[in-house]
Design a protein around this ligand. Structure first.
Ligand SMILES: O=P(O)(O)OC[C@H]1O[C@H](OP(=O)(O)OP(=O)(O)O)[C@H](O)[C@@H]1O
Ligand SMILES: NC(=O)CC[C@H](N)C(=O)O
Ligand SMILES: [Mg+2]
Length: 508
């Protein structure tokens, strides 16, 4: 997952974008970048690391201008270590364009081939986002009239992007001399909101992955950008928007509510916090159904993301809720760290048990989800070491059994602890005394309860149903083979080989 921001303001935006990255940091810890637009010049600084490591005072001073975009990255294509894949990406034609992307394209190799062979555009990294930028650039160029762009041409370009690109994309782009363009894929898989701020000099607009950025930066929430819709804010601060998809449908990623988003965000009209409380209630009801005579003494959350669910579960069961683990606030999220060794080490550094809450008790540990099992394996052992009599484990989400291809780095079934295992086997694998998973229907109900208007969510990591309809077993095998082959995230494709061949032939 990544975090994106875009702003057209009435005063310099460098500090505002930096502060915005800080509140979206939970969406990506591997790289950060800001591009500002000052008259017709872009100023761009990006690099690997957390936002506060990437930006020094001198970098901030150089980011002049009243408009800009920003990005924090959690890679799903390319690699975590290649600083060239940090975003925003820049391309000089047409007009000068920078882009930040949250999501993952599923037809990257095909697009890259088209870009090279038909559009005469070279993509220099393994990032799908650079591909997306070049598709947008080509379509803007194709829809310019007399070497100029107008609203109609900009929206026509986004329609063409929708026709060509598959997968998930929430995008912010800045067109030099024109303004800020933001759009969401036709299924609205990844979130994107827009807010405004009335100043003495005029209205300012901010587009962000999550509403928490609007709150903290002093902007008023206007609305979510709709699936397939594009919003264009010109450099004079005029707001334009248009539906650019033929068949838009809102199918947001349910994992945003389970884990990714901050609980204080509201996404597609749904409070993330409330969904997590609901998840706790549904999970409590399931526990009572399947285990009416349980002997749980205390409910303990695994900080941070599971807290609201664990709290509500304990309330519903009428069992004490206790904070048995202390979280080191200086260690980031472990699930989105690159590399299993780093994740494993960080769980121990991040969480430590308070033995008084465990000694001689039957504890129910609650997490929002179990993905690779890194956290649960370590935590169960820590609870035992702290003196727990019995260690039960509950997950507010169902078993994660399928890869995510829409922007969450779960590319390989082999990495997922629940793939090919029964609940009992998973329980043994994490050395717990009992495991309880949320049912998928209950998870959907927990989220839907907050906005019954949303008929369908992308739940692919739980049920293997891919909302874009283009994901074949062969595609998943290829993505998996790339990971298992040790090429860390690099998407390989037969078409890629064809492209390489075509490129070498054309250079002769
Ligand atoms: O089964 P795993 O592969 O370990 O993944 C699941 C765990 O990872 C996440 O925590 P993380 O530390 O990333 O963030 P949090 O502090 O927001 O809970 C999530 O909340 C689970 O605890
Ligand atoms: N998690 C994301 O949204 C990733 C964006 C993009 N696919 C990248 O790898 O940089
Ligand atoms: Mg966690």
């Amino acid at each position: 997952m990544c975090g994106i921001l875009g702003v057209v303001a009435q005063s310099p935006v460098n500090q505002l974008l930096y502060d915005g990255l800080q509140v979206l940091q939970h969406r990506g810890q591997d790289a950060a970048g800001i591009a500002t637009l000052d008259r017709n010049t872009f100023h761009l600084h990006k690099g690997n690391g957390l936002a506060h490591d990437v930006f020094r005072t001198r970098n901030m001073r150089a980011l002049t201008g009243n408009a800009g975009i920003a990005h924090v990255r959690y890679p799903t294509a390319g690699s975590a270590v290649d600083h060239n894949e940090a975003q925003p990406f820049y391309v000089n034609s047409p007009f000068g364009l920078v882009l930040g992307h949250n999501g993952n394209l599923t037809n990257t190799a095909q697009l890259q081939k088209e870009l090279f062979l038909e559009d005469m555009r070279h993509v220099n990294t393994n990032s799908d986002s650079e591909v997306l930028l070049n598709v947008l650039a080509h379509e803007l160029q194709a829809n310019a009239t007399n070497f100029r762009l107008d609203k109609k041409g900009i929206f026509a370009a986004v329609s063409a992007v929708h026709r060509r690109c598959r997968g998930a994309y929430a995008v912010v782009a800045m067109i030099s001399g024109y303004g800020l363009l933001a759009f969401r894929d036709t299924h609205g898989i990844r979130p994107l909101v827009v807010g405004s701020n009335q100043t003495d000099k005029g209205v300012e607009y901010l587009v962000a992955s999550e509403s928490v950025a609007l709150d903290t930066l002093g902007f008023k929430y206007l609305r979510d950008i709709e699936p397939g819709e594009a919003v264009f804010i010109d450099l004079d601060g005029n707001f334009h928007h248009q539906q650019c998809a033929e068949h838009p449908a809102l199918n947001p990623c349910i994992f945003e509510y389970v884990y990714f988003a901050r609980p204080d965000s509201v996404i597609d009209g749904i409070s993330v916090y409330e969904t997590r409380l609901n998840m706790g209630e549904y999970l409590a009801d399931k526990l009572m159904r399947v285990w009416p005579d349980h002997d749980i003494d205390v409910v303990i959350p695994i900080p941070d993301s599971s807290r609201p669910s664990a709290l509500q579960l304990a309330n519903r069961l009428g069992i004490p809720f206790r904070e048995g683990f202390v979280k080191n606030r200086y260690i980031g999220r472990t699930f989105i760290m690159p590399g299993q060794a780093m994740r494993k080490k960080s769980v121990r550094q991040k969480l430590n048990a308070i033995s008084v809450e465990f000694k001689g008790k039957n504890v129910l540990l609650v997490d929002d989800s179990i993905v690779r099992g890194t956290t649960s394996r370590e935590i169960v052992q820590m609870a035992r070491d702290a003196g727990a009599r019995k260690v039960y484990f509950a997950s507010a989400a169902p078993p994660v059994k399928f890869p995510n291809v829409y922007g969450i780095d779960m590319p390989s079934r082999k990495e997922l602890i629940a793939t090919g295992r029964t609940d009992e086997e998973i329980c043994r694998e994490i050395s717990a005394d009992r495991i309880i998973y949320q049912d998928l229907e209950d998870l959907k109900a927990a989220v839907q309860k907050c906005n019954p208007g949303i008929a369908k969510f992308d739940c692919s990591c739980f049920d293997g149903e891919y909302i874009t309809g283009d994901i074949t077993d062969e595609y998943l095998d290829r993505v998996e083979a790339a990971r298992v082959g040790g090429k860390a995230n690099k998407q390989v494709d037969d078409e890629q080989m064809e492209l390489d061949l075509a490129m070498s032939v054309s250079s002769m």
